[in-house]
Design a protein around this ligand. Structure first.
Ligand code: TXA
Ligand code: MG
Length: 333
């Protein structure tokens, strides 16, 4: 049985396993993570292997708070203020690694930066406290797939290959917001569960977007990610026959095919919490496409639209690959 309830006993056992070099899927308030001791390169290698994650894509390291972060990264004034304001919570800061940073180089994928986050989830925090090591944890999905927001989602991704600590559904449902602070400016590397508006109000300046060539520095910005096997049709006002329908808000038209309204009241937080699970469900409906209604682009809508755009790019690439597969076989025969 790979899924264990997050009782005090199992948290203790999982902490010992993590500190000893095993990987364990853990709940956080954003999405489930695939955790490993960040100090242990052999443990971190297992994450890349199980996820089939490209080695050039660095991992987020989870820490209890600012004090621990100081051992790993150079923390500028603005970074410290952001941590004080938003930690624990869904904010990841990419900072310059300290020269004596003991975290495995593999975690940073060869970059001179490190991504740090302090999760706001009881189980994740208890684990960090008990394991007494920083925990590297990317989202617990196979590389390029939808992020998991429940233990069952993780199990569906990996079967009994990994141990999962079940801490209930993730309350926020979208990954953390990632900011780049290694230089003087503050870059929004990934929109996420902490909306841009809250950060800009705190910083009293707009967040910058990384230049195109800088996107290589944050490989998670790959255009195609969060793939469903059903193609997505974005900005749909109404679904067509044989489609599934991901609706949003009170204006959603009625539909007698597979349909989920992310929030009939138009509440973006509710939509975020239901987002990945809803996409998974509609993806399993065997429809020719998933029609997705427009979602407003403010607040959490920015991250939702980012995930939708990348999912659409990924599913169309996958679709083309599938369509091309027979021809490829003929060529190689
Ligand atoms: O909410 C979250 O952030 C979840 C939970 C488990 O904490 N984790 C998560 O990890 O989403 P992952 O690996 O799926 O996404 C990490 C993102 C990727 O886009 C990665 O490229 C970026 O953070 N990242 C990590 N380290 C980086 C670095 N040193 N420089 C730039 N980007 C980095
Ligand atoms: Mg991910």
């Amino acid at each position: 049985m790979p899924v264990f309830p997050a009782t005090a006993d199992y948290i203790r056992i999982a902490a010992v396993a993590l500190a000893g070099g095993d990987i364990v899927a853990i709940p956080t308030e954003t999405v489930y993570g695939l955790g490993a001791n960040a100090l242990d390169a052999a443990a971190v290698v297992k994450i890349f292997a199980v996820k089939e994650r490209p080695r050039f894509n660095p991992l987020i390291v989870h820490v209890p708070g600012i004090e621990e972060a100081e051992a790993y990264a150079e923390i500028s004034g603005p970074a410290r203020k952001l941590m004080a304001a938003f930690w624990p919570g869904p904010l990841t800061l990419v900072l310059r690694r300290r020269t004596d940073c003991p975290i495995a180089d593999l975690v940073s994928a060869g970059l001179d930066t490190i991504a740090l986050r302090s999760p706001n989830h009881k189980v994740a925090r208890s684990l960090l406290e008990a394991a007494r090591v920083p925990i590297a944890a990317p989202s617990a999905n196979r590389s390029g797939r939808l992020s998991p927001t429940s233990a069952a989602d993780v199990e569906a991704e990996f079967g009994d290959k990994i141990t999962i600590l079940d801490g209930g559904p993730s309350a926020l449902g979208l990954e953390s917001t990632v900011l780049g602070l290694a230089d003087d400016e503050v870059l929004l590397l990934r929109a996420g569960a902490l909306p841009r508006e809250a950060l800009e109000e705190h910083l009293r300046r707009p967040l910058l977007s990384p230049a195109k060539d800088e996107a290589a520095g944050s490989p998670g910005r790959l255009a195609a990610h969060y793939a469903t096997s059903t193609p997505l049709r974005l900005m749909a006002t109404r679904p067509e026959a044989n489609e599934a329908f991901l609706a949003f808000g009170p204006a959603a038209p009625a539909f007698d095919g597979p349909v989920i309204n992310l929030s009939p009241h138009g509440d973006l937080a509710e939509a975020a919490a239901k987002f990945f699970a809803s996409l998974r469900k509609l993806d399993a409906a065997g429809a020719k496409a998933i029609a997705v209604m427009p979602i407003p682009n403010h607040g959490l809508g920015e991250a939702l639209n980012d995930r939708l755009r990348r999912a659409a790019a990924a599913s169309s690439i996958e679709h083309q690959a599938k369509a091309a597969a027979p021809a490829t076989r003929v060529l190689t025969r």
